[in-house]
Write a protein that binds this ligand. Structure first.
Ligand SMILES: [Zn+2]
Length: 155
């Protein structure tokens, strides 16, 4: 669903489906769809009427639930139950395989650990918003690449 501005609705008036559709320049079938999706309308007699404040609340709710999707520079914080920015824009990249890993940081709001799974190739792109520290885990993988061989040689 497109992002309709709830503030265009006047809360002290009632709208027919056509009138509400006109506010947003959309087809009245879209309004009928909103009603199907939970927007209350008075259906005792025609034309069906929708209270402005109901429409506004409905659109605000739709908007809020849309906003739950994180932007590229946000993480979903499980404790805040909302998208969050990492504290100080500082994140660590922890490789899981050579192709992917996880960006991890601390929620700006509640300081819980926040994670996001990303491909190794995309890390470069994230560095435009974040200060990314490559995890020691990566060095660890490199170090332990041939550990036995190395130690055998030195002995
Ligand atoms: Zn949080």
């Amino acid at each position: 669903m497109a992002n309709y501005n709830p503030n265009l609705v006047k809360i002290h008036r009632n709208y027919t489906y056509e009138e509400l559709a006109l506010v947003f320049g959309i087809h009245k079938n879209t309004v009928a769809m909103w009603v199907k999706n939970g927007l209350f309308s008075f259906q005792e007699r025609r034309p069906f009427l929708i209270k402005g404040d109901d429409a506004k609340a409905f659109l605000q709710h739709q908007r809020a639930s849309k906003k739950q999707k994180c932007k590229q520079n946000e993480f979903y914080c499980l404790r805040c139950k909302a998208p969050a920015k990492p504290y100080d824009d500082f994140v660590e990249y922890v490789p899981i395989t050579s192709a992917k890993g996880r960006l991890t940081g601390f929620c700006d709001c509640c300081e819980s650990i926040i994670n996001k799974f990303v491909s190794h190739a995309s890390v470069e792109g994230y560095s435009s918003f974040f200060k990314i520290e490559e995890s020691k885990g990566l060095e660890h993988i490199k170090d332990t690449d041939n550990p036995l061989l190395n130690s055998d040689f030195t002995r």
